[in-house]
Design a protein around this ligand. Structure first.
Ligand SMILES: Cc1cc2nc3c(=O)[nH]c(=O)nc-3n(C[C@H](O)[C@H](O)[C@H](O)COP(=O)(O)OP(=O)(O)OC[C@H]3O[C@@H](n4cnc5c(N)ncnc54)[C@H](O)[C@@H]3O)c2cc1C
Length: 382
């Protein structure tokens, strides 16, 4: 059964937009993916190219340089990359950063950063995690101390997506350590020529090899008072919580599109590959495995499409989005594993997409809030 590529939230205009996205991915991204995986990042040029074609910040209003669309436009990009096992360019983290500016930034901050992000001149990153604080963000130790009318930032961050290429980093820091969550703020750091800011290693991961994940160091980094996101101290946690449905839907959607891509590739492979004188697609085990996978894909598509519709309508709650992240990433792990098995030894070879998808899938259960934290969030809403 071929994949039914219709989405409940799509329409003719979006499918035309999808054609553009696919053209860009296939001509500009796919041919360079192997090199990017070797290097550990995709480089700046591809970001500028995507920006020039209007493919970045697609759901940011035109007045701030964005595409003027909604989440469905962003979704198209995530889906088409995930279906092809491409994980190098984290347009999702870029979009999440753009949304922090859009939803919480001052007018000046929006006008300063969003157009440059939309053009791909500034790659966005969000730096929450530290060596000593991941799930429990209240344990963040990075300090933004008020000094000379601005802030002095000291601390270190790790596992930061887009960290190596980032031109703008949103740094979660304590502005008042005595206040716990209420003493946490988000500071904007523009990395170009910023004294005291240093990018550490591009971290060596088991998957997502083309995506730059880095350590960031802040040693007496001076920023002005206008670097405080939204201009009011102590809003950090509130700002972080507001965008959780957006972030978690992206992970659920990428999981879904990865499963669809893996399924399609597996179907093609098992029809072609022969053993014991017939295509392996004809063995009952192969047919049953694919039947199970196709069923999970259909069920998953119905749920994630509903999440996308609700997100666009502004009514997706955090618990449901957490379910999309939890179920999507867990199912992705199982489905991609089953697909890989049907490739036999070739499935273990990095040159095969299914092998890369297998390695990439693992982190989906960890980042964006671990799946254990998702269960905490969901159970609190029961
Ligand atoms: C590839 C990659 C990209 C990332 N990108 C970013 C980024 O762009 N920005 C950023 O800030 N961070 C990023 N992260 C960090 C990521 O969000 C954290 O790794 C994640 O939140 C978990 O934190 P931790 O690694 O400190 O694990 P810990 O919090 O130490 O957790 C360890 C284990 O304990 C479990 N655990 C913790 N608390 C509980 C609890 N209350 N109940 C039950 N179990 C619990 C966890 O689920 C996990 O299994 C990235 C990580 C990776 C691997």
């Amino acid at each position: 059964m071929p994949i039914d590529f219709r989405r409940s939230w799509s329409d003719e205009d979006l499918e035309l937009y999808r054609d553009n996205v696919v053209r860009f991915i296939e001509t500009e991204m796919l041919p360079h993916d192997e090199e990017a995986r070797r290097r550990g990042h995709v480089g700046h040029e591809i970001w500028r190219k995507a920006g020039a074609l209007g493919l970045l910040c697609a759901d940011i209003p035109e007045e701030f340089g964005g595409g003027g669309g909604d989440f469905r436009h962003e979704a198209v990009f995530y889906e088409e990359c995930a279906r092809r096992g491409l994980s190098g360019m984290s347009t999702s983290v870029h979009a999440i950063v753009a949304h922090y500016f859009l939803n919480h930034g001052t007018e000046e901050q929006k006008r300063n950063y969003l157009p440059r992000m939309a053009r791909g001149e500034l790659v966005g990153a969000i730096a929450m995690t530290e060596p000593g604080a991941g799930s429990d963000l209240q344990g963040v130790r990075t300090r933004a101390e008020k000094k000379d009318g601005g802030y002095l930032i000291n601390g270190s961050k790790t596992f930061i997506t887009n960290g190596f290429l980032a031109g703008v980093v949103l740094v979660v820091a304590k502005t008042d350590p005595s206040q716990g969550a209420k003493g946490t703020s988000i500071l904007i750091v523009e990395t170009g020529g910023c004294p005291g800011f240093r990018v550490g290693r591009v971290l060596d991961k088991i998957g997502m090899k083309a995506q730059d994940t880095s350590e960031l160091f802040f040693d007496d980094v001076r920023v002005g008072a206008d670097a405080l996101l939204g201009g009011v101290e102590g809003q950090g946690f509130f700002q972080l919580m507001g965008d959780l449905p957006y972030e978690r839907t992206i992970i659920g959607l990428s999981a879904q599109a990865t499963m669809e891509g893996a399924y399609q590739a597996t179907l093609d492979y098992v029809r072609d590959r022969k053993a014991f004188g017939k295509p392996i697609a004809e063995f009952q085990n192969t047919r049953f495995k694919l039947a199970e996978i196709a069923t999970q894909i259909k069920v998953g598509r119905a749920f994630i499409d509903r999440c996308v519709e609700d997100l666009v309508a502004g009514r997706l709650d955090t618990a449901t989005a957490s379910m999309a992240k939890l179920w999507g990433s867990e199912t992705q792990g199982r489905v991609v594993d089953e697909c890989l098995q049907l490739f036999g030894g070739y499935g273990f070879m990095s040159e095969y997409m299914v092998a890369r998808m297998y390695a990439d899938a693992r982190v989906q259960r960890i980042y964006g809030g671990t799946n254990e934290i998702m269960k905490e969030v969901i159970s609190r809403a029961l």
